[in-house]
Design a binder for this molecule. Structure first.
Ligand SMILES: C[S@@+](CC[C@H](N)C(=O)[O-])C[C@H]1O[C@@H](n2cnc3c(N)ncnc32)[C@H](O)[C@@H]1O
Length: 245
């Protein structure tokens, strides 16, 4: 279902979560999306609610799970370590915990403490499919991740790089730092999944230019995601060292 409220175009997913599609809005100050003050205000206790940017959580979770299913680690009882960067108040973490059969260690990170708290409360009330699954929601910056090298099998970000790229002055620097951090915390066999409405002509070039600047060799592929008329893509980035010969 689609509709319009003020400057927001939204749709409601199967899970009844509101989905933001801000780029449809004329006159919206895009630059604000790169500011922590903007996100702080969005996640104030009086305002905070479940919102999924770009695409419904259940649809995204299905796509992520299909990628996780082909990871080398997913056919055994070992944990999948998955990091959701800039989790906001998205229901993707919840959908993943409630759909993934393999044991999952899920980490949600956002630089707004209220968003991390929101995810903590939501996940605490849920029952993961696999009773061994665990989660941790923390406050942190995607440009300086508080994790050791090679921690995660999957790093997921939906709309977070997009918001960094709205910065008129620091977009390139922030993008380089975020991408370098994503690659650093990925395991050798891991994958970075990026969900955005930016089409492949632009996004693949952006990633290639970024990887060239930060001296990373990676393969990029993408899938188009059907979101009831909104264009959305999932880019899968695998660092070159994890390529099979
Ligand atoms: C467009 S929203 C996407 C939220 C969520 N992933 C979703 O799909 O609904 C961008 C999110 O990234 C967070 N964010 C932006 N810049 C960040 C940064 N430098 N470090 C950590 N989180 C950041 C914002 O607080 C916000 O929750």
């Amino acid at each position: 279902m689609f509709g319009r409220v003020g400057f927001l175009t939204f749709c409601v997913s199967r899970s009844q979560t509101i989905v933001h599609c801000e780029r449809k809005c004329h006159g919206f100050n895009d630059h604000a999306l790169s500011k922590k003050s903007y996100w702080n205000s969005q996640y104030q206790p009086k305002k905070i609610r479940a919102i999924d940017w770009l695409a419904p959580a259940d649809v995204i979770a299905d796509h992520v799970i299909s990628k996780v299913g082909i990871l080398p680690t997913s056919d055994c009882q070992s944990f999948i370590h998955l990091l959701d960067l800039g989790c906001g108040t998205s229901d993707v973490p919840l959908c993943l915990a409630q759909s993934l059969g393999v044991p999952l260690h899920l980490v949600c990170l956002d630089y707004v403490p209220n968003a991390a708290r929101w995810q903590t409360e939501k996940l605490a009330k849920s029952s993961p499919v696999n009773t061994l699954s665990t989660h941790a929601c923390i406050t942190g910056d995607v440009r300086a991740l508080p994790f050791r090298d090679k921690t995660f099998h999957v790093v997921l970000e939906k709309g977070t790089l997009d918001s960094l790229l709205k910065d008129r002055g620091m977009a390139r620097q922030s993008c380089d730092r975020m991408m370098a951090e994503c690659i650093r915390v990925l395991r050798t066999e891991g994958v970075l999944l990026q969900i955005t409405d930016e089409d492949p002509d632009l996004r693949i070039q952006l990633l290639e230019d970024t990887f060239s600047r930060i001296q990373v060799s990676a393969r990029v592929s993408y899938t188009q995601i059907d979101t009831q008329g909104q264009e959305c893509f999932m880019y899968a980035v695998t660092p070159k060292s994890s390529h099979k010969s």
